[in-house]
Design a binder for this molecule. Sequence first.
Ligand code: PGA
Length: 248
Amino acid sequence: MRRKLAAGNWKMNGTTAALSEIDAMKAALTPGVDVLICPPATLIAQAAAMSGGIAIGGQDCHAKDSGAHTGDLSAAMLQDAGARYVITGHSERRSDHAESDADVAAKTLAAWNAGLMAVVCIGETLQERESGDTLDVIGRQLAGSIPDGATASTTVIAYEPVWAIGTGKVPTPDLIAEVHDFMRAELTGRFGAEVADGFSLLYGGSVKASNAEEIFAVSNVDGALVGGASLKAADFTPIISALAASAD
Ligand code: PGA
């Protein structure tokens, strides 16, 4: 059975005062759902020390272990600070820092080597969707961003349409299903059914308490990567509960 994952990406939000939100989220923990918060790197060590059953993750890592890369953090450093996961290939990294699929694959490999679970993000832009290229883009990003040897114990994949992130626009359940079913089929073609069936596939982009139940009912959606609605326990805990209540 696939793991269900409710993952929060705090992006560049949160100072120590926000740790109380993680504390408040503990009340929603339930055995059937893994919960992950990816705070800014400045909070990882403190968050990991008090997060209990909530896993803590980074939002990015460098592909190398160490070296002359001012301002960057390696996967081993995140792991040392208490992270168990790291997001790779978020669209904001791809656009703000010109990260290519090859860069994302290298970071994902670095995450694995440090013992971190990678949450690899892919997704089409509005222009790509409007030109009918969505599945081509998803197929290309999946192939290029996920290194050979990926398994469910090292890798989670998040489909995040760029046009849905932070906009309040969410694809219809049919559109989400089309992409998630396609991803499962592509993964099956590459890794075989047994390995491919194990990957948890997250949807991300304007997930909120009010749409979570509908999204979690979609085939091949095993959880969510949540930005804005993960900052406050009051917004995130109903999403965790909706995932717990969804059919396996
Ligand atoms: P959002 O962000 O939930 O605020 O749309 C999602 C994400 O970027 O991971």
